[in-house]
Design a protein around this ligand. Sequence first.
Ligand code: 13P
Ligand code: SF4
Length: 330
Amino acid sequence: MTRPSSESEIRKITTEIQDLKREKDAIILVHNYQRPEVYEIADRIGDSLELSVAARDSGKKTIVFCGVDFMAETAKILSPDARVLHPVPDACCPMAHMITPDEISRMKERYPSAEIVSYVNTTAEIKAMSDVCCTSANAPDIVRSCSSEEVIFLPDLNLASYVQRFTPKKIIPGRGNCYVHDRITPLMVDNMRAFHPGSPFVAHPECRPDVIDRADAVCSTSGMIGYCRESRASSFIIGTENGMINRLKREIPEKQYYPAGGVCTPMKQITLQSVKTCLEKGSGEVNLAPDIMEASRVPLEKMIRISGKQRNISCRENNASLQDIRRGIV
Ligand code: 13P
Ligand code: SF4
């Protein structure tokens, strides 16, 4: 779908969307990786955990989710009475489709006593087969809360290996990865450090282990905001999807950010025009089978319950002290 090109076009469509939002009793939830003009129509901008909770608590008739498929599905599961609209239904996170129900069944047969922790970057069918979900903001805490000594952790191999650093439990990982984060290499990080001496390297936990080893801090996307705000440094190398740079500039404009990641194309499929169209026509409605909705709500609610009880650490300094950085909720 085309993007408005001039400032005046953007202003016009933004006003139209605000009017439609009131008319339809809608809330617009926007992931940190979205385009900067999409931030301007947001009621809430955040990471997966923040937006899941916002969807559950919205109380609105309609939720428009500007993010990828699994995020809109999660909003529907947690807010089943709301109409959830995904402006571009084929904006799909490839990682969320890297594990199938058959594969989970086989793993469960092989490790019958292991609890299944699934990253929110999964389909509703996978969540429905899981004991508990997690996001990048709470994965180590969620795994530590499991009662089994073996934990099947799906689908991200890199996040599984990150979690393994924090627990003696045996983590049995999936084989998925994110093409945006997995392409960041140690050499890229070393080169960027050489160009920007004194800039801490902040990595998302979907990065490869040898990249995590080089990070000064490892954070969920919103956790990065808290870290950069609290750090004494004035510039940072950011190891995640490049759209995060816009969010950081918006929240902490006085500091500088150097992107080390790439572009998540599905995230960028959503435009102001697609949001306006879905609000006008009610298109892109998320519909899930009732039994899948019921079953997948259990691990999601459990995650939110555990996260609420614990002091979530959405950002960790990358040293053994696990120093808690204030959560980056804005
Ligand atoms: P966050 O929950 O940290 O925003 O991550 C979501 C995601 O898809 C990262 O690639
Ligand atoms: Fe999926 Fe990676 Fe895009 Fe996140 S950045 S939505 S994990 S493809």
